[in-house]
Design a protein around this ligand. Structure first.
Ligand code: ATP
Length: 517
């Protein structure tokens, strides 16, 4: 674990050193849980967004996009339930003065029991080898049974307080923290305050005069921009059910505990798609979207074992199914995307609060109804982080040296091709520029002439550039160059005229999309 944390720290500093992610307003020492994307980060981020957008809007005839404003009529958030219920339960440790999410403290405690069980299983697996029967071991081993019982009891109590009549039972939550003897990781004490609810929405005022100004919110999710535009899009696009509306945009949450770099930010970006369907078909569509979205993730080639579904035990009162897609980050399996079956809750609420009829006339059934919705909701920044974590490697080379390389999927890499003149003379720089001028319309190219070739390769490895080309004396004679592959480090001689054909297909988003069909 300590080793994994070490790796994570290295990834964070790599992101800064190579222009991927900077703390916001860095010269003023940053702003809590707010980050800026640098020259390479913005390219990677744009590529992620493009991969998502095209997989939704290009590959589905019945999905269209919108771009709604961040500011919305304040009633939106009353209708959606965010004003009254978009809260996290928080608790402070009086000694360290640190603030925590009470539900997260309990979930971490449950994870500890799970870890203990897993450790026993790993130990036994090693001991018994091929003859190991996990089911039998789980059913009989005393230590496993003891921890399983602790887990089950805690899980049951947690469910009870989370689903209490009239909202979360805050006193019950504190009692669990006391009974489980959970300590603050900083002070090591159990000197806790009571648990309180904290609304996560940022608010500001719109309008000049103080009396006339109205309180408005920075949207905490992009989804409501889609719901309030359902009628506009359905009518003007003459959309027939089932159909989807996709959107990418910023969202804001005043997170209580904002740690783990860009995993939990106060300003972040979401890619959400609301899929409107006939009532009664939602569980089929839910299963379909689970499969489609998992395929989208696994298509990046990071290995199926690094993903899992985590079905929700606790469903929001309006949802009838919900799951997360979790990715194996250096700090454990963590949510990257949520898929939710939201019934007709949001549209009905907006109909109620706006007084507008928000329905769909189904010509086949010859009746009107409020569509049901399946939502897929993924954070761009979390996706970015998962890609960074999986791609980062400190590789030991045969000659005893180490190189830091980002094995980014080529289609997502910020720079696709770097072109180097071997030396700064004999017309080599001009030839290199010529190659770039030819290829820059097709993919992102970079020119580099500083330092020895070896160093230039290392710099390109560190930003995940999949291909490097070197122009040398021979190039001037026969128009061939050496093409070097980032992952294998192999070099081969190819004709300049063939470069586009070799590279373009491998680095295009289309190459990823084709596998999705
Ligand atoms: P969590 O339980 O981690 O707070 P959530 O369940 O509240 O997440 P959703 O409301 O389902 O998250 O939001 C959908 C997606 O938006 C998440 O899967 C995640 O990728 C992203 N997301 C949510 N909150 C943040 C945040 N504070 N920073 C970065 N990404 C976020």
């Amino acid at each position: 674990m300590a080793q994994q944390e070490d790796v994570f720290k290295k990834i964070v500093s790599h992101c800064k050193e190579y222009g991927f992610v900077f703390p916001s307003s860095d010269i003023y020492d940053g702003l809590g849980a707010v980050y800026d994307y640098g020259q390479n980060g913005v390219e990677l981020k744009n590529n992620i967004k493009q991969y998502w957008w095209q997989s939704m809007v290009l590959l589905h005839e019945n999905i269209v996009g919108i771009d709604a404003a961040i500011f919305m009529h304040p009633t939106t958030w009353k209708a959606s339930g965010h004003v009254d219920a978009f809260n996290d339960p928080l608790i402070d440790n009086r000694d360290s003065k640190k603030r925590y999410r009470a539900d997260v403290l309990i979930e971490e405690q449950m994870a500890k029991y799970e870890d203990k069980i897993q450790k026993e299983i790993e130990k036994a697996k090693k001991k018994f080898g091929d003859s190991f029967d996990e089911a039998q071991f789980r059913a009989t081993n005393a230590r496993v049974l003891e921890n399983q019982e602790k887990y089950d009891n805690l899980h049951h109590r947690f469910q009870t307080v989370m689903n209490a009549e009239g909202g979360i039972d805050l006193d019950g939550m504190k009692q669990i923290i006391l009974d489980e003897e959970i300590v603050c990781p900083i002070s090591g004490t159990r000197n806790w305050t009571d648990v309180r609810q904290f609304n996560l929405m940022f608010s500001t005022e719109m309008g000049a005069a103080a009396e006339g100004a109205s309180k408005i919110y920075l949207r905490p999710e992009t989804a409501q921009g889609i719901f309030v535009n359902y009628l506009n899009v359905q009518k003007t696009g003459r959309m027939k059910l089932p159909f989807g509306i996709a959107q990418i945009g910023k969202a804001f949450r005043n997170e209580i505990v904002a740690r783990q770099f860009i995993f939990r930010m106060r300003e972040f970006e979401q890619m959400e798609m609301q899929f409107f369907i006939q009532p009664g078909t939602e569980l089929d569509w839910f299963a379909k979207w689970k499969e489609t979205r998992m395929k989208w993730h696994q298509n990046l080639g990071f290995g199926a074992e690094n993903y899992r579904f985590h079905d929700h035990d606790k469903l929001a009162h309006y949802a009838n199914a919900a799951t997360d897609i979790e990715f194996h980050m250096p700090f454990g399996f963590k949510e990257v995307e949520g898929i939710h079956s939201r019934t007709n809750f949001d549209l009905s609420q907006h109909a109620k609060y706006s007084g507008k009829k928000i329905e769909y006339f189904d010509p086949e059934r010859n009746e009107s109804y409020t569509p049901y919705v399946i939502e897929t909701s993924i954070g761009v920044d979390r996706m970015f982080l998962s890609i960074m974590c999986h791609s980062y490697e400190e590789q030991k080379l045969a000659d005893g040296q180490t190189r830091t390389v980002l094995h980014l999927p080529a289609a997502l890499a910020p720079v696709k091709l770097a072109v180097f003149p071997l030396t700064k003379k004999d017309g080599m720089p001009e030839k290199a520029q010529e190659i770039i001028n030819d290829l820059r319309f097709h993919f992102n190219c970079k020119y580099e002439e500083k330092d020895q070739i070896g160093k230039r390769y290392r710099r390109m490895d560190a930003i995940g550039c999949p291909f490097c080309v070197t122009v040398d004396q021979q190039t001037l004679e026969d128009n061939t160059v050496t093409l070097r592959d980032r992952d294998t480090m192999e070099q081969r001689r190819v004709a300049i005229a063939d470069l586009r054909g070799i590279i373009e297909d491998k680095v295009s988003i289309t190459s990823l999309l084709k596998n999705l069909l």
